[in-house]
Design a protein around this ligand. Structure first.
Ligand SMILES: [Zn+2]
Length: 405
């Protein structure tokens, strides 16, 4: 009897919840996809359940239609980190065993891992483009180690290029927004290159040009820990009190060569120094909002306004630790961060940088294949197709175009 009453109460709560959702759904579906009309009549509870199922399906349909029309870009994935495990970005990769120690974790045991980004999953999630980065763990900074790091950066980038070329029937390397548009027109995925950690440049300014020529379109100036360019947000000894002289040279050279400067991971002082000397708008390729989740890596309101004033963009990171202080983050939490940026500095300065295969993961969006879930949540909150197009790639494309010389 007790169980029965409990089930009744539970069901009525579910149905009340569903009918509230349904009401919201009807309004946004009809505005975002004008040709979509939900036909269901009656006001009994079963109809409410049915209508909710139908409207969720319609919402998904609407999100997919939008993805066909817009350009969507994920500005940060660390998938190349898994190249040593023999993955192929052109295929569906089976679950494989990784050593967490290889990924910077302390446990020395193998765990099962499912790749969060590859071309088939980009197709599933209707993602047009991604930035695959060469990630360099911050290590020793003597001359010999620096030179080895430069070689490592080059070999990772070469492997990304080799894998994309091997899969040229379904993907291509992109350097410009025109490349992205052309590739989408051909039904192919666009792969942009990035470097995560200016440590990968070593101590030689000429390496900026070398990597620009290979197709690198942004460099994240630091990772965790200070390097020769600047102070980081985490594990910093405030060595340079911001950007070093070499870091300033690097920013100017990146400006000259049309690369985007990325301040994710750098200290706040470094970020303001970059804003002062960069001739062009800058990006935070994978960072979230400090006001909603107080992490040193996140963006303060003051920095957010400064980035926006210069025409730049903050790409919300899908890493749980940057989205909420406890528990696992969901699509709703990530979209809360998007909402916050929109409310603070407007729709033109926000995007998405998943950090997939580098720690990024949401409970209800575990890989790029589930990206339409984010679009559905944006629709639920009343974002128009025009706004969604800006968030998913339009804003980053604007910055990329502003930086190209
Ligand atoms: Zn990162």
């Amino acid at each position: 009897m007790k169980t029965y009453i409990f089930i009744l109460i539970f069901m009525s709560n579910v149905l009340i919840g569903l009918s509230v959702n349904r009401k919201d759904n009807l309004s946004y579906v009809s505005t975002a996809c004008s040709d979509t009309v939900i036909r269901a009549a009656g006001n009994d509870t079963m109809t409410a359940l049915f209508r909710n199922t139908v409207s969720e399906a319609e919402l998904y349909h609407c999100a997919k239609k939008i993805h066909k029309r817009i350009y969507s870009i994920d500005s940060h994935c660390d998938t190349p980190m898994f190249f040593p495990y023999g993955i192929d970005i052109g295929k569906r990769n089976p679950t494989f065993k990784v050593n967490p120690k290889d990924l910077g974790a302390s446990e020395n045991m193998y765990v099962n891992y499912d790749l969060k980004m590859d071309i088939p999953q980009m197709m599933d999630g209707m993602l047009d483009a991604t930035f695959m980065v060469a990630y360099l763990h911050q290590g020793a900074r003597d001359e010999k180690t620096s030179q080895k790091t430069v070689a490592k950066t080059e070999s990772i980038l070469k492997e990304v290029i080799r894998q994309v070329e091997k899969n040229q029937s379904i993907a291509g390397i992109a350097r410009t927004t025109d490349d992205l548009k052309r590739l989408k027109g051909e039904g192919k995925k666009a792969i942009f290159l990035g470097i995560e950690n200016g440590y990968g440049l070593g101590k030689d300014i000429r390496n900026v040009r070398k990597f620009a020529e290979m197709g690198v379109r942004y460099i994240t100036l630091s990772h965790n820990g200070d390097n020769d360019l600047c102070d980081a947000a985490v594990r910093s000894k405030q060595e340079h009190k911001g950007l070093s002289d070499f870091g300033k040279q690097v920013v100017r050279e990146m400006n000259r060569l049309g690369m985007m400067v990325d301040i994710s991971h750098t200290s706040e002082k470094t970020s303001f120094d970059v804003l002062k000397i960069s001739a062009f708008p800058i990006i935070a390729s994978h960072s979230s909002v400090k006001k909603l989740c107080n992490h040193p890596r996140n963006i303060s309101d003051k920095l957010m306004r400064a980035i926006a004033d210069k025409g730049g963009v903050i790409q919300v990171c899908l890493y749980t630790g940057f989205l909420k202080k406890s528990g696992k983050a969901t699509v709703k939490d990530a979209v809360d961060h998007i909402d916050y940026i929109v409310k603070t500095v407007g729709i033109d300065h926000v995007g998405i940088g998943s950090d997939f295969d580098g720690g990024g993961e949401l409970v209800d969006c575990k890989s790029v294949s589930e990206f339409p879930q984010i679009t559905m949540e944006l629709l639920r909150r009343g974002y128009s197709e025009e706004a969604i197009a800006k968030i998913w790639g339009g804003n980053l494309m604007r910055v990329m175009e502003a930086c190209v010389r």
